[in-house]
Write a protein that binds this ligand. Structure first.
Ligand SMILES: NC(=O)c1ccc[n+]([C@@H]2O[C@H](COP(=O)([O-])OP(=O)(O)OC[C@H]3O[C@@H](n4cnc5c(N)ncnc54)[C@H](OP(=O)(O)O)[C@@H]3O)[C@@H](O)[C@H]2O)c1
Length: 272
């Protein structure tokens, strides 16, 4: 399993398994169990996904130190006084002693975001969390944290060929913040993209595999969600080929022709 070193010294597997909308018991448990069999070690969940106990059942009996489990603090609980109790609740639901990664799920500038991340960093000292981070933060949100002396390891954002966030990636690289790409295969839409389809033929790889490898080669962690065994396995078989620099550049350009942001709830703050 390819690992990435984080700025806090911990390591994260470059590919993880997304679990958003996995609330049907058997589907969720079987998908995660199969993913573990295939070789995935990194599972991405969130309080709001409502599937902590299913993740717990799926990982039961698996060696804890080999797993990387992420969950997220939902926006209703963006209060420094609630951070530890929310973490404890997640730990209890997941039946874990510690989280590998605890993320703020969405920014809300009416809330004390720096203090909330600071409270999360205290959970590291208590051994309840290994690494901390945020999701859906723009450069300005990140800059505010940095200005207030808060160090985070991760920003998890939507990233795929239709939303190639190069300036955010450059900023994060400059500040040693690792990016995790969510919705990395654009919720299936890369399978219809003419340029990706062409590269898929050229490399004899599926459009999903080409897209995921494009991000891995940029040192971005990817967390595709899949339910079917074929999809779960396909998404993992991306370490036996290399995309050329010219083709990397071709994929880099797709967002200029066919831009699309897929996850944009009314409370998002992407214009900041
Ligand atoms: N932090 C945040 O705010 C945030 C927001 C969104 C998502 N996320 C995380 O990121 C994860 C991934 O994002 P996502 O679920 O939005 O989208 P995604 O991973 O880009 O796409 C998932 C969709 O693609 C299909 N698929 C997966 N592999 C495939 C393959 N090899 N061939 C064809 N179709 C395939 C899946 O179908 P099947 O299920 O039928 O296999 C599913 O419909 C989430 O599950 C969640 O853990 C985080």
């Amino acid at each position: 399993m390819l690992l990435k070193k984080l700025n806090d010294g911990n390591e994260i597997p470059m590919i993880g398994m997304g679990t958003w909308q996995q609330t049907e018991k058997d589907n969720c448990i079987n998908a995660i169990k199969y993913a573990l069999k295939v070789g995935y070690r990194h599972i991405d969940t969130a309080d709001i996904y409502g599937n902590h106990t299913l993740v717990k059942d799926a990982i039961k009996g698996f060696s804890r130190e080999k797993l990387f489990i992420t969950t997220k603090l939902w926006r209703d609980f963006l209060d420094p006084k609630l951070v530890e109790s929310q973490c404890d609740k997640a730990l209890m639901e997941l039946d874990l002693d510690y989280l590998d990664l605890y993320l703020v799920h969405w920014p809300d500038r009416t809330k004390p975001l720096a203090e909330i991340s600071y409270e999360m960093s205290k959970l590291k000292e208590k051994g309840k969390v290994k690494s901390i981070g945020v999701c859906n933060y723009t450069i300005n949100h990140l800059q505010e944290l940095i200005n207030q002396g808060i160090k985070i390891a991760i920003n998890q954002v939507e990233y795929h060929p239709f939303l190639n966030q190069e300036s955010l990636l450059t900023f994060c690289n400059r500040h040693s913040i690792s990016l995790i790409a969510y919705s990395p295969i654009a919720r299936g839409q890369v399978f219809q993209d003419p340029d990706i389809l062409q590269l898929s033929k050229k490399y004899s790889k599926t459009p999903g595999q080409v897209t995921l490898k494009w991000m891995i080669q940029k040192d971005i962690v990817v967390i595709p969600k899949a339910t079917s065994e074929k999809h779960i396995k396909d998404n993992f078989e991306i370490f036996d080929f290399e995309i050329s620099l010219d083709d990397m550049k071709k994929i880099d350009e797709i967002h200029k022709i066919r831009p699309q942001r897929l996850i944009n709830p009314e409370f998002s703050d992407f214009v900041y």
